[in-house]
Design a protein around this ligand. Sequence first.
Ligand code: 13P
Length: 254
Amino acid sequence: MSRKPFLAGNWKMFKTGEQAAEFIGQFKSVAASLGDRDIALAVPATALETAAKAAQGSPLIIGAQNLFWEKEGAFTGEISAPMIKGAGATMVIIGHSERRQFFGDTDEKVAKKLAAALADGLLPVVCVGENLSERENGKTLDVLSTQLTGSLAGLSAEAAASIVVAYEPVWAIGTGKSASEGEAQEVHVFLRRRLKETFGAEAADRIRIIYGGSVKPENAALILAQSEIDGLLVGGASLKVDSFTKIVQSPYAG
Ligand code: 13P
């Protein structure tokens, strides 16, 4: 089954609206020149509207990095799916390991956020990943299985088919030490099998499973060449037009 590759940058807590507009002004023609792949940027909430405006007229997808599941209410500091949509964005990252580690995002909360994102028509990118001690203790697949089941709880097969799953080993994030292409492929094969068991082959075959963790221009093509790796989620190397351009232009085997 061929899936359209999904290449996304996650800016984390970097860039003002002005810096986002400048980046996108330079980058959007790159996105427009690569019609065989989806290219996205998850920007800080304060830059969403400016980024969405700057991307207008190009296929570049603009997304948020988190959301709260209620539509509105007394939830100081949170933003909702309708607000993200209202800012002109169409995607949202959910359950990133930094949210899980520092801000209390559990699988249960991730599942609620996922339902809220889908209810408002946002494209969700749901993140899972093991930490170093879990990997060293041989618990990687157990941990991922639990995260996947919990994070996607209550999802219909039809809804599942439209989501993106990101495998981001915590030990590879921001460390300069990416998973090897073989390690990543092994996990992606496992995740696809679990998705098939849960949602059936037809839906699971449509879900794009992307890899994140120390992706750079130098290793992007090798990782993308793996048959079960449908794209990339890029942190640090997405902050510069130059390096992100090289990454999104990497050959994709399909
Ligand atoms: P780095 O590419 O900086 O390792 O970050 C990966 C990541 O967390 C993307 O969501």
